[in-house]
Design a protein around this ligand. Structure first.
Ligand SMILES: NCC[C@H](CC(=O)O)[C@@H](CN)CCC(=O)O
Ligand SMILES: [Zn+2]
Length: 330
């Protein structure tokens, strides 16, 4: 007679289920909260299409972030949004004196000395073209000029007080340029680079690009965002960034890319790996719960567990404020 399996006994009891699940435990420290900072200091402006995605002026940040820190928030990811300041071809207002990201880093640093402030480094929210790099007259991206500009912004964000630089601009060579610029300016041993390494061309960035009033028609970045169908290019991008000195890696977006997440963790098991649940994915989960398809907390925590099981150590998500509450009671 065939041997009768006895699997049920291994997960019959809650403690046994917990023991079988240690690889994907969720703690508050796993979660990074992305914040969109408006260049008008005193506004708090929900996004028309996605009211849960709010743009905060730098004077509104302390009141918003303080209670979250009290609930256990340990890290934020800062994006500047220009509605007042001008946009130009090189993204000058990414790091100018009154730039929203610069203001936000300074304010958060002084209000919350212990939280981890991650600064997103890209220029698409600040350029008149809407591209993540500086464009030549013929519309091509000038990689050398772009990489130099990204390194310049990184040093200014470091001087403003951020703890981590996260280059979301997918320019070849930006990690090496940022790492050497940080080193030349005395930040080499202080500020790591969390590289958006496997960042794909996705249709799920929509709400964010609307929130930042992207100037790019149809938001087409296929010249430099990875082709979704290619795991090979993703593997090469992960390796490229490690070779250039990246201290942490990221896969973005999340839902349709958990295979890449697993590949990244297998390729580089000793490197902290982040995944970014982007605005369109956040909106999907919110809308599904609003339609009564599932309870928001159950659905979102199941997705987060899946991302952790796939290999993510760090989850960047607009749900971070919700998760702090849910993990306090679960
Ligand atoms: N670089 C900023 C926008 C970028 C998408 C893009 O590059 O088009 C993402 C942030 N790094 C959008 C994230 C999101 O949609 O939540
Ligand atoms: Zn960009």
């Amino acid at each position: 007679m065939a041997k009768r399996s006895t699997l049920f006994c291994s997960y019959r009891h809650q403690v046994l289920r917990n023991w079988q699940s240690t690889e994907a435990v969720l703690t508050k420290e796993n979660f990074v909260y992305p914040i969109l900072v408006h260049d008008k200091p005193d506004v708090e402006e929900p996004l028309e299409a996605l009211p849960a995605l709010t743009r905060y002026g730098c004077n509104r940040l302390e009141a918003h972030v303080g209670p979250l820190v009290d609930k256990g928030l340990t890290s934020v990811l800062i994006f500047g949004v220009l509605q007042n300041l001008s946009k130009d071809v090189r993204g000058s207002n990414a790091d100018s004196e009154n730039a929203p990201a610069m203001q936000a880093i300074r304010k958060l640093r002084s209000a919350f000395p212990n939280i981890l402030i991650i600064a997103d480094v890209c220029i698409c929210s600040y350029t008149s073209t809407g591209h993540c790099g500086i464009c030549c007259d013929n519309g091509d991206i000038d990689i050398d000029a772009s990489v130099k500009r990204l390194a310049e912004i990184s040093v200014n964000f470091a001087k403003a007080g951020c703890d981590v630089i996260a280059p979301s601009s997918m320019m070849d060579g930006r990690v090496a340029a940022i790492k050497s610029a940080l080193k030349e300016n005395g930040f080499g041993n202080k500020i790591p680079v969390l590289s958006y390494s496997a960042k794909f061309r996705s249709f799920f960035y929509g709400p964010f690009l609307e929130a930042t009033k992207s100037c790019l028609p149809k938001q087409d970045k296929k010249m430099y965002h990875l082709p979704p169908a290619s795991s090979g290019i993703a593997h090469r991008a992960l390796k490229r960034d490690i070779d250039e000195g990246a201290d942490m890696l990221m896969v973005k977006p999340s839902f349709a890319y958990t295979d890449i997440l697993r590949d990244a963790k297998t390729m580089f098991p000793d490197i902290p790996l982040a995944v970014y649940q982007v605005s369109g994915e956040y909106a999907m989960l919110l809308k599904g719960a609003e339609e009564g398809l599932y309870n928001l907390d159950d659905g979102v925590l199941e997705v987060m567990t899946g991302l952790r099981r796939a290999g993510a150590d760090i989850i960047i998500t607009y749900f971070a404020p919700y998760v702090l509450d849910w993990l306090s009671v679960k």
